[in-house]
Ligand binder design. Structure first.
Ligand code: ADP
Ligand code: GN1
Ligand code: MG
Length: 365
């Protein structure tokens, strides 16, 4: 255990003896650790300690302010409904001085209660699990429908502004900073030739036809905690990007990451397929939470799945073209392989678009 991490954790400590601090989870952005503390009477308490990625999150204090506001609101909702707050809400641990972070040698650290008896997965176990994940997003969006988005800061500007992301991508392609553009000409073309899709959500927003809501913005499947026993999707974690947005982003990213037959970085594309039965299960779960979307939002759900997959693939490719400065990678071509994987899913969705539309029609209230 690194002594430094122990020192960083101490202000959050609620007593007991620190037994272990290990790297935890498979997130691409922050440095996550699980802290185990031995308490009295042989009890163990666990925490998540995270170093916030400062090159991505420029204002960690504002970010934590968002998370505290949203989690306190959700906690109240869970309490009112007689739920289990230790499982169903991400809980921020404050320092003894009441701060929501520790600043140590230029870095920001925060601490959460560890959600026990549940875990997140890199790949969906089956339609029933994904159905429950759809229910969880429906519930999350419905609850946050009552939360005042005006009180939140924009933690990453233009996070799902696909139109803007496309322009940035074009710019990177032209600049070709680390000379990788030639080897990915085909991949680059794939994204460039779909330019018109990148303007659609912004167009609807500009015309005032889509409501701005409070959204999670990073609903990938490994940010959903699944209960070990009941298999309920008990909690959405990773709230760094909670801010005003469009419901379509959250539905779309959940489908992108979950309705697939392989891991996000599977290299063998013959194993990567968009899975319509998982899509259907998610839609069923999502709609089971009642009517919280407008007709136009519902109409655009298939498009949302496609455009969020496209956007994610384009972001991976851009990062590859820039020399891997954003996402954590395990080997040099990791981002390129991730991009190809998302491209395969986009192509599948384009082919199966009509079936997606029919599934939405079948389950909408
Ligand atoms: P990143 O922003 O890097 O993706 P996350 O906040 O998603 O980091 O955390 C990484 C992983 O740690 C998650 O995918 C989840 O499995 C796990 N995790 C996060 N918060 C908790 C928590 N409070 N309790 C238990 N596990 C958690
Ligand atoms: C990142 O933080 P993580 O690993 O849950 C990214 C998402 C991407 C995702 C792709 C803040 O999510 O936007 O869709 O990787 N988060 C941020 O796996 O950029
Ligand atoms: Mg995450």
């Amino acid at each position: 255990m690194r002594e430094e991490l122990k020192k960083i954790f101490l202000p959050f400590s609620e007593g007991g003896e620190i037994k272990e601090i290990i790297r935890y989870g498979k997130g691409h952005i922050n440095d996550t650790y699980r802290v185990s503390v031995h308490m009295d009477k042989d009890q163990e308490k666990r925490y998540i300690l995270q170093r916030i990625n400062r090159s991505i999150f420029k204002d960690p204090v504002a970010l934590m302010d968002n998370i505290v506001k949203v989690t306190e609101y959700l906690k109240e909702c869970v309490e009112k409904a007689g739920g289990d707050v230790d499982k169903e809400v991400l809980q921020v641990v404050h320092t003894k001085e009441g701060a929501h972070h520790v600043f140590y040698e230029g870095e920001f650290y925060r601490c959460y209660r560890f959600i026990e008896g549940a875990r997140s997965y890199e790949i969906v176990g089956g339609p029933e699990d994904f159905y429950k994940s759809g229910q969880a997003l429906g519930k999350f969006q419905k609850l946050l429908g009552e939360f005042d988005g005006q009180t939140l800061h924009e933690t990453i500007k233009d996070f799902h502004n696909t139109e803007k992301r496309f322009l940035d991508f074009q710019h990177t392609v032209l600049e070709n900073p680390v000379n990788r553009a030639v080897e990915c000409a085909e991949e680059i073309e794939f994204f460039l030739e779909r330019e018109k899709d990148t303007k659609i959500i912004n167009g609807l927003l500009r015309e005032g036809r889509l409501p701005v809501r409070v959204t999670h913005n990073d609903t990938k499947y490994n940010n959903v905690m699944i209960d070990d026993e009941t298999r309920e999707a008990v909690c959405l974690v990773d709230l760094d990007t909670v801010m005003p947005g469009v419901s379509l982003y959250d539905f779309g990213d959940a489908i992108r990451s979950g309705a697939t037959t392989a891991l996000e970085d599977e290299i063998d594309l013959s194993k990567v397929h968009f899975d319509l039965s998982l899509f259907e299960a998610y839609v069923r779960g999502y709609f089971s939470q009642g009517e919280f979307l407008t007709d136009l939002e519902i109409e655009y759900l298939p498009f949302a799945a496609k455009i969020m997959t496209y956007e994610c693939g384009m972001r991976f490719l851009k990062d590859y073209l820039e020399g891997d400065i954003y996402y954590k990678i395990s080997y040099p071509e990791h981002n390129l392989h991730r991009a190809r994987n998302q491209m395969k899913l986009v192509s599948d969705m384009e082919r199966e678009y009509q079936q997606m539309i029919e599934i939405i029609r079948k389950y909408r209230k």
